[in-house]
Design a protein around this ligand. Structure first.
Ligand code: SF4
Length: 386
């Protein structure tokens, strides 16, 4: 298959691994943050970390939109379905993410709320057209990749006068999260370079990352999601670090350009504006890091249409999702991993989403004794045999 098989070649992977081992300076360590959950899954699914020399490590970043949504926003989504009796439409991953009091949209559905899974926001419009007597709300989440379809849906709803349709907007922005990781006292961690998002960058382009190279002296390599994309991008980052360069380089040239998709950007700018601040799981309140509907579209804004109860619910005690999303811990550092918390019984968002770091470890590493296991415990958090 063109554009897939050739990026999974074992022979090329072996060559790349040898090149990285040869070029990585044994006198230093390279900490490379892969921003996206898609990269994290590629790294574990294909054993990319195991192909790296010991002094090259991947640090998992916050690029999983389901994972970074804080519990109060989930509580509000449940409230829209239960208290306001709306039909709430959402992507599948969101259904099982734990809200406060161990509730979830799936449990709300089981208890009678009209919560439905959709594959796209276009399906949400169909539900609104078919149910004119009901309020229909699309629970919009995601980074810049999923924002343009929401903008199209809102423009369509406005054109059709679809007055029973609204959007609960939780679209967030990648560069603001990167800034937070690098810039906030007490939260910053030792990262030498970033593997930048590929799908997000197909929309916003590579230009927004240039300030991280310039102001923080961190190389950024826009990286595709196949294993050879990730390996070659790591090599590009290592070469920059060896040469003392900090630039934005684009490995994913088959999709990403410097300016991105200008038509999509214009549509997003027509419909959305920046929020002053937005709460992220793990990163806290991040300035100018999320979008809300512009005044022209307020009639379609679920936060305006429904009086939502403020919630200050916090993460479950013992769940390390916040530290994992900041790159400060790994899933095997969590004592609940594989014991209390599994994909069938998730405690935190990182175990639910297909892009979550805990889900990646569960799928591909739970049978290995991890380097980060607590002393005296096996990978399931149980006492190791002597
Ligand atoms: S294993 Fe579960 S409880 Fe632990 S950090 Fe991951 S999601 Fe949270």
């Amino acid at each position: 298959m063109k554009y897939v098989d050739e990026f999974r070649s074992q022979e090329l992977a072996r060559d790349l691994a040898s090149t990285i081992a040869r070029e990585a300076d044994t006198g230093r360590h390279y900490a490379i943050m892969e921003f996206c959950g898609g990269h994290t899954h590629a790294i574990f699914r294909y054993g990319v970390q195991d192909l790296m020399p010991a002094n090259v490590s991947f640090v998992h970043g916050p690029g999983c939109p389901v994972c970074v949504l804080p519990i109060p926003r989930l509580d509000n989504a449940i409230e829209i379905a239960e208290r306001h009796k709306a039909i709430l439409l959402t992507y599948g991953d969101m259904m099982r993410v734990p809200a406060s009091k161990r509730r979830s949209l799936l449990k709300a559905k089981a208890e009678g709320a009209d919560v439905r899974m959709v594959y796209s926001v276009a399906d949400a419009l169909k539900v609104a057209r078919a149910n004119p007597e009901k309020q229909v709300v699309f629970f919009a989440i995601g980074f810049e990749t999923t924002t343009p379809p929401t903008a199209v849906a809102l423009l369509t709803a406005e054109r059709e006068g679809l007055s029973n349709f609204s959007v609960f907007c939780n679209h967030v922005l990648t560069p603001s999260a990167m800034q937070q990781i690098l810039d906030v006292p007490g939260q910053s961690i030792a990262i030498d370079a970033f593997l930048g998002p590929s799908h997000v960058s197909s929309v916003i382009g590579s230009e927004p990352y240039e300030r991280f190279a310039r102001d923080f002296h961190k190389p950024v390599v826009i990286a595709g999601f196949e294993p050879l994309d990730v390996m070659y991008s790591a090599l590009m980052a290592i070469r920059q670090l060896n040469e003392g360069r900090a630039e934005v380089e684009n490995q994913y040239t088959r999709v990403v350009t410097r300016e991105g998709n200008l038509k999509a950007q214009a549509m997003v700018a027509e419909v959305f504006e920046l929020r002053d601040s937005f709460e992220w799981r793990g990163l806290g309140a991040v300035p100018y890091s999320a979008l809300r509907l512009r005044e022209r579209f307020r009639a379609f804004d679920a936060e305006t249409r429904f009086a939502l109860t403020p919630s200050n619910a916090t993460d479950v005690k013992g769940c390390e999702c916040p530290a994992i999303l900041r790159g400060q811990k790994k899933p095997l550092d969590c004592k609940l991993f594989g014991t209390v918390c599994t994909p069938d019984n998730p405690v935190g968002s990182c175990m639910v989403s297909s892009e979550g770091a805990c889900a990646a470890y569960w799928s591909y590493r739970r049978h290995q004794a991890g380097e980060a296991l607590p002393a005296g415990e096996d990978e399931f958090g149980e006492e190791a045999a002597a």
